[in-house]
Design a protein around this ligand. Sequence first.
Ligand SMILES: Cc1cc2nc3c(=O)[nH]c(=O)nc-3n(C[C@H](O)[C@H](O)[C@H](O)COP(=O)(O)OP(=O)(O)OC[C@H]3O[C@@H](n4cnc5c(N)ncnc54)[C@H](O)[C@@H]3O)c2cc1C
Length: 366
Amino acid sequence: MTQFVVVGAGLLGTSIAYRLAERGHSVTLVERDYPGAGTSGSSFAWTNSNEKTPYSYHLINALGMRAHRELENEFGACPWYHGGGAVEWRSNADEASELHERVERLTSWGYPAEWISEDRLRRLEPALRPGASGDAKIAYFPDEGWVDPSPYIEFFLGKARSLGVKLHRETVTGIDLKTDKVTGVRTAFGKAIGADVVVNCTGRWANDLGQDVRLTFPLAPTLGLLVVTAPAASGVRRVIRTSGVNFRPDGAGRIMLHSEYDEQRFTLESSRDETSPVAAVMIERAARLYPDLAGVKPEAMRLSHRAIPGDGVSAVGPVPEISGYYAAITHSGATLAPWLGRVVAAELAGDGPEEALQDFRPARFF
Ligand SMILES: Cc1cc2nc3c(=O)[nH]c(=O)nc-3n(C[C@H](O)[C@H](O)[C@H](O)COP(=O)(O)OP(=O)(O)OC[C@H]3O[C@@H](n4cnc5c(N)ncnc54)[C@H](O)[C@@H]3O)c2cc1C
C-alpha cells in the first residue's frame, strides 16, 4: 500500500486525501493551521468556467462544475453547493462588448449561456429594482453557482477520517529526499513523517516546503478583497455580476461582494480603516440594484492572495527530477476541487495520466 502525505487541508487537499483513502491508500494530511484557513476560507467560490481561456482551461473548469453537481448523486444532499446560475450585465460599453464576445465564445464551446429579457431577470431576481439593468443586454449562465468552502472541507475531511486519514496540525518545513526520491516530510517540531509520495496542496504557500530549487514553482499571486455584509433581508438569490460590483448570498442573509477594480489598491497589511470606506461603496453600488440592501453595514473584509501559477493556469502533476513529489496548485480551486480530487487520486493510484490535465503539468516550469 502506497503511503501518501498530503500537505494543506484546503478544498484541494481534503478532496484529494479523501479520494486517495477511498482507493485504499494510507494518507496523512498535514495542515499548519485549521482546515480551510488558507485561500479556501476567503474565496468568492463562484463555480464557473466563464472567463477561462484557453479552451483547455475552460474545459477543466467545466468538468469541475459537473463534478460539483454529481456529488449529489454520490452523497445525497450537498448543503455547501448552491446552483441557480449567474446573471451578468455591463453598463460600460467596452465591458458590454467583451460580454458579447464571451457569450458567443461560450455558446460555441457548448457552455450554457443565453441572453434573457428584463422580465425573465425580474422573475429570477424579484427583489431587483425595476430597470436596474438599464439598456444593457442581460446574460444568464444557468449552470453556474457557488460553494461554501468550509462546509465542503468539513464534509470531505470527515469522509477522509472515516477511512482512517489522520490530520496532523503541524507546519511542514522540508521535504525529505534520498537522492532524487521523496521519503517524507519534516515538520517544524522536527518530526519526520514518512511517505512514498508527497502531494503539495498548499496553494500560494507552495514554495515554502523546502529550499531545493527543484521543488520551487513560479507563482504570480494577486490580492483579492472580499466584503461580507451583516445579515439582511435583501432578496439576492444568486451570483450577480455587473460593471461596478459582483455579489452573491453568503448564508443567513449575508451578502459577499467583490470588485476587481477596488481591490488593487490594497496589500495584505491594509487596515480595516483603509478597507471600510471601499466596502461601504461596494455595498452602496449593490444597494442601487437591491434597495433593501441600503444602509447594511460590512461585517467582514477579507484580504487574501490568489494561488496563481506564473502563467495564470493550473499546475497539477508530478514534479520532474524528483520521484514521489506531486503538486496541485491552482486558482479556480473552488470550481475544480471535486474533479481534481478524483482525477489526481486516479493518477496517483496508477490509472495513467488524465488527458484533460496535459496542458497543466508543472514540468512546463522546469
Ligand atoms: C478573493 C478570491 C476570490 C476567489 N474566487 C474564486 C471563485 O470565484 N471561484 C473559484 O473557483 N476560485 C476562486 N478563488 C480561488 C480559490 O479560492 C482557490 O483556488 C482555492 O481556495 C485553493 O484551494 P487550495 O486547497 O489549493 O489552497 P488553500 O485553501 O490555500 O489551502 C492550502 C492550505 O495549506 C496550508 N499550508 C500552507 N503551507 C503549509 C505548510 N508549510 N505546512 C502545512 N500546511 C501548510 C494552509 O494553511 C492552507 O490551509 C478565489 C480566491 C480568492 C483569493
